[in-house]
Write a protein that binds this ligand. Structure first.
Ligand code: ATP
Length: 212
Protein backbone atom coordinates (compact mmCIF):
# COMPACT_ATOMS: atom_id res chain seq x y z
CA UNK A 1 0.00 0.00 0.00
CA UNK A 2 1.24 3.49 -0.85
CA UNK A 3 0.38 5.96 1.89
CA UNK A 4 0.94 9.72 1.87
CA UNK A 5 1.47 11.65 5.10
CA UNK A 6 0.75 15.35 4.91
CA UNK A 7 1.64 17.16 8.12
CA UNK A 8 1.19 20.80 8.99
CA UNK A 9 -0.34 23.20 11.42
CA UNK A 10 -3.39 23.58 9.13
CA UNK A 11 -4.16 26.82 10.93
CA UNK A 12 -6.54 26.74 9.08
CA UNK A 13 -6.59 24.22 6.20
CA UNK A 14 -7.24 25.77 2.74
CA UNK A 15 -7.52 24.86 -0.93
CA UNK A 16 -3.73 25.19 -1.41
CA UNK A 17 -3.28 22.18 0.90
CA UNK A 18 -6.16 20.22 -0.57
CA UNK A 19 -5.43 20.67 -4.27
CA UNK A 20 -1.71 19.92 -3.97
CA UNK A 21 -2.43 16.80 -1.89
CA UNK A 22 -4.92 15.61 -4.51
CA UNK A 23 -2.44 16.12 -7.35
CA UNK A 24 0.39 14.49 -5.36
CA UNK A 25 -1.88 11.52 -4.68
CA UNK A 26 -2.73 11.15 -8.34
CA UNK A 27 0.85 11.55 -9.58
CA UNK A 28 2.35 9.09 -7.08
CA UNK A 29 -0.62 6.69 -7.25
CA UNK A 30 -1.12 6.87 -3.50
CA UNK A 31 -3.89 4.71 -2.08
CA UNK A 32 -4.46 7.04 0.86
CA UNK A 33 -3.29 10.44 2.05
CA UNK A 34 -3.37 11.05 5.80
CA UNK A 35 -3.61 14.69 6.85
CA UNK A 36 -1.83 14.99 10.20
CA UNK A 37 -2.47 18.28 12.04
CA UNK A 38 0.34 19.08 14.47
CA UNK A 39 -0.45 19.79 18.10
CA UNK A 40 2.54 22.00 18.55
CA UNK A 41 4.69 22.38 15.42
CA UNK A 42 8.41 22.91 16.16
CA UNK A 43 8.80 25.60 13.48
CA UNK A 44 5.86 27.81 14.41
CA UNK A 45 5.26 30.33 17.17
CA UNK A 46 2.23 29.20 19.13
CA UNK A 47 0.66 32.63 19.55
CA UNK A 48 -1.65 32.46 16.57
CA UNK A 49 -2.39 28.77 16.72
CA UNK A 50 -6.07 27.87 17.10
CA UNK A 51 -6.71 25.01 19.56
CA UNK A 52 -5.70 21.67 18.07
CA UNK A 53 -9.21 20.19 18.38
CA UNK A 54 -10.62 22.98 16.19
CA UNK A 55 -7.86 22.65 13.56
CA UNK A 56 -8.44 18.88 13.52
CA UNK A 57 -12.18 19.36 13.05
CA UNK A 58 -11.56 21.82 10.20
CA UNK A 59 -9.34 19.25 8.47
CA UNK A 60 -12.06 16.62 8.92
CA UNK A 61 -14.70 18.88 7.40
CA UNK A 62 -12.47 19.97 4.53
CA UNK A 63 -11.43 16.43 3.50
CA UNK A 64 -14.88 14.89 3.92
CA UNK A 65 -16.10 13.29 0.69
CA UNK A 66 -12.68 12.35 -0.70
CA UNK A 67 -12.39 8.60 -0.13
CA UNK A 68 -8.61 8.76 -0.47
CA UNK A 69 -8.20 11.42 2.21
CA UNK A 70 -7.90 10.36 5.85
CA UNK A 71 -7.30 12.44 8.97
CA UNK A 72 -5.02 11.34 11.78
CA UNK A 73 -5.22 12.75 15.29
CA UNK A 74 -1.98 11.06 16.35
CA UNK A 75 -0.03 14.32 16.78
CA UNK A 76 -2.91 16.07 18.50
CA UNK A 77 -3.14 13.24 21.04
CA UNK A 78 0.63 13.01 21.61
CA UNK A 79 1.93 15.09 24.48
CA UNK A 80 4.57 17.70 23.65
CA UNK A 81 5.95 18.91 20.34
CA UNK A 82 4.96 17.21 17.10
CA UNK A 83 7.86 15.57 15.31
CA UNK A 84 7.40 13.90 11.93
CA UNK A 85 9.89 11.14 12.77
CA UNK A 86 7.63 9.98 15.63
CA UNK A 87 4.60 10.11 13.34
CA UNK A 88 6.34 8.14 10.59
CA UNK A 89 7.37 5.45 13.08
CA UNK A 90 3.83 5.35 14.43
CA UNK A 91 2.37 4.77 10.96
CA UNK A 92 4.93 2.10 10.05
CA UNK A 93 4.10 0.23 13.26
CA UNK A 94 0.33 0.56 13.18
CA UNK A 95 -0.83 0.38 9.55
CA UNK A 96 -2.56 -2.94 8.96
CA UNK A 97 -0.84 -3.64 5.63
CA UNK A 98 2.84 -3.24 4.79
CA UNK A 99 3.14 0.30 3.47
CA UNK A 100 5.51 2.62 1.68
CA UNK A 101 5.23 6.06 3.26
CA UNK A 102 5.42 9.24 1.20
CA UNK A 103 5.91 12.48 3.12
CA UNK A 104 4.12 15.28 1.32
CA UNK A 105 5.38 18.84 1.72
CA UNK A 106 5.71 22.21 0.02
CA UNK A 107 9.09 23.45 -1.17
CA UNK A 108 9.28 25.84 1.81
CA UNK A 109 9.09 22.91 4.24
CA UNK A 110 11.61 20.90 2.21
CA UNK A 111 14.13 23.76 2.35
CA UNK A 112 14.20 23.35 6.15
CA UNK A 113 14.48 19.56 6.18
CA UNK A 114 17.93 19.60 7.75
CA UNK A 115 16.50 21.18 10.90
CA UNK A 116 13.87 18.45 11.42
CA UNK A 117 14.38 16.04 14.30
CA UNK A 118 16.36 12.96 13.19
CA UNK A 119 16.13 14.08 9.56
CA UNK A 120 18.79 11.56 8.50
CA UNK A 121 16.68 8.71 9.87
CA UNK A 122 13.47 10.17 8.47
CA UNK A 123 14.69 10.07 4.86
CA UNK A 124 15.48 6.36 5.27
CA UNK A 125 11.94 5.63 6.53
CA UNK A 126 9.92 7.63 3.97
CA UNK A 127 9.96 8.73 0.40
CA UNK A 128 9.44 12.46 -0.13
CA UNK A 129 7.00 14.29 -2.38
CA UNK A 130 7.75 17.99 -2.75
CA UNK A 131 5.49 20.43 -4.60
CA UNK A 132 6.11 24.09 -5.41
CA UNK A 133 4.00 26.38 -3.31
CA UNK A 134 4.20 29.92 -4.63
CA UNK A 135 6.25 29.70 -7.77
CA UNK A 136 7.70 26.86 -9.81
CA UNK A 137 11.12 28.54 -9.61
CA UNK A 138 11.20 27.35 -6.01
CA UNK A 139 12.72 24.16 -7.42
CA UNK A 140 15.52 25.85 -9.33
CA UNK A 141 16.20 29.06 -7.42
CA UNK A 142 19.61 29.54 -5.81
CA UNK A 143 21.16 26.55 -4.15
CA UNK A 144 18.07 25.72 -2.02
CA UNK A 145 16.75 22.35 -3.14
CA UNK A 146 20.08 21.29 -4.64
CA UNK A 147 21.89 21.88 -1.36
CA UNK A 148 19.30 19.81 0.52
CA UNK A 149 19.54 16.99 -2.04
CA UNK A 150 23.31 16.94 -1.71
CA UNK A 151 23.24 17.17 2.07
CA UNK A 152 21.11 14.00 2.29
CA UNK A 153 22.96 12.16 -0.50
CA UNK A 154 20.16 11.86 -3.06
CA UNK A 155 21.13 11.10 -6.63
CA UNK A 156 19.12 11.71 -9.76
CA UNK A 157 17.51 8.77 -11.52
CA UNK A 158 15.36 9.65 -14.54
CA UNK A 159 12.66 12.09 -13.36
CA UNK A 160 13.19 11.67 -9.61
CA UNK A 161 15.88 11.26 -6.94
CA UNK A 162 16.92 8.23 -4.93
CA UNK A 163 18.40 8.09 -1.43
CA UNK A 164 21.08 5.47 -0.65
CA UNK A 165 18.39 3.75 1.48
CA UNK A 166 16.29 3.25 -1.67
CA UNK A 167 13.64 5.81 -0.66
CA UNK A 168 12.75 8.27 -3.42
CA UNK A 169 12.17 12.01 -3.71
CA UNK A 170 9.95 13.57 -6.36
CA UNK A 171 9.48 17.24 -7.19
CA UNK A 172 5.97 17.71 -8.56
CA UNK A 173 4.57 20.62 -10.53
CA UNK A 174 1.13 20.85 -8.99
CA UNK A 175 -1.28 23.70 -9.60
CA UNK A 176 0.04 26.78 -7.83
CA UNK A 177 -2.56 28.25 -5.48
CA UNK A 178 -0.72 30.95 -3.57
CA UNK A 179 -2.99 30.76 -0.53
CA UNK A 180 -1.53 30.75 2.97
CA UNK A 181 -3.12 30.21 6.36
CA UNK A 182 -1.42 33.45 7.44
CA UNK A 183 -3.28 35.46 4.80
CA UNK A 184 -6.57 33.79 5.78
CA UNK A 185 -6.02 34.68 9.45
CA UNK A 186 -5.22 38.26 8.43
CA UNK A 187 -8.42 38.51 6.43
CA UNK A 188 -10.43 37.21 9.36
CA UNK A 189 -8.81 39.74 11.67
CA UNK A 190 -9.80 42.49 9.23
CA UNK A 191 -13.35 41.00 9.04
CA UNK A 192 -12.88 40.31 5.33
CA UNK A 193 -14.40 37.44 3.41
CA UNK A 194 -12.50 34.13 3.20
CA UNK A 195 -15.04 32.60 0.85
CA UNK A 196 -13.60 30.30 -1.86
CA UNK A 197 -10.25 29.96 -0.08
CA UNK A 198 -11.38 26.75 1.65
CA UNK A 199 -14.39 24.42 1.52
CA UNK A 200 -17.62 26.05 2.71
CA UNK A 201 -18.11 23.68 5.65
CA UNK A 202 -14.74 24.67 7.08
CA UNK A 203 -15.49 28.34 6.54
CA UNK A 204 -18.85 27.96 8.34
CA UNK A 205 -17.12 26.20 11.25
CA UNK A 206 -14.66 29.08 11.66
CA UNK A 207 -17.52 31.53 11.74
CA UNK A 208 -19.63 29.46 14.18
CA UNK A 209 -16.75 29.12 16.62
CA UNK A 210 -15.38 32.66 16.10
CA UNK A 211 -11.90 31.32 15.42
CA UNK A 212 -9.00 33.66 14.62
P1 ATP B 1 1.00 29.54 7.72
O1 ATP B 1 0.62 30.60 6.73
O2 ATP B 1 0.30 29.63 9.04
O3 ATP B 1 2.50 29.42 7.84
P2 ATP B 1 0.59 27.48 5.75
O4 ATP B 1 -0.51 27.96 4.85
O5 ATP B 1 2.01 27.62 5.30
O6 ATP B 1 0.44 28.15 7.17
P3 ATP B 1 1.05 24.88 6.95
O7 ATP B 1 0.02 24.18 7.73
O8 ATP B 1 2.19 25.48 7.66
O9 ATP B 1 0.25 25.97 6.06
O10 ATP B 1 1.59 23.96 5.79
C1 ATP B 1 1.58 22.57 5.82
C2 ATP B 1 2.19 22.08 4.54
O11 ATP B 1 1.40 22.52 3.43
C3 ATP B 1 3.62 22.57 4.27
O12 ATP B 1 4.36 21.49 3.71
C4 ATP B 1 3.43 23.67 3.25
O13 ATP B 1 4.53 23.80 2.39
C5 ATP B 1 2.22 23.17 2.48
N1 ATP B 1 1.43 24.25 1.92
C6 ATP B 1 0.92 25.32 2.59
N2 ATP B 1 0.25 26.14 1.76
C7 ATP B 1 0.32 25.59 0.53
C8 ATP B 1 -0.16 25.98 -0.77
N3 ATP B 1 -0.84 27.12 -0.96
N4 ATP B 1 0.10 25.16 -1.81
C9 ATP B 1 0.80 24.02 -1.63
N5 ATP B 1 1.29 23.60 -0.44
C10 ATP B 1 1.06 24.37 0.63
Amino acid sequence: MRVGLFGGSFNPIHFGHLRSAEEDREALKLDLVYFVPAASPPHKAEGELAPAEHRLQLVRLATKGNRHFMVSDVEVRRVGRSYTIDTARHFLQTLRQPATLFLIMGADAFADLETWKEADALVTLCSLVVHARLDEREFTHGGGPVAVLQRFGYSKVQDHYVHPSGQTLSFLQTTILPISATSIREKLRRKESIRYLMPGDAEDYIERHSLY
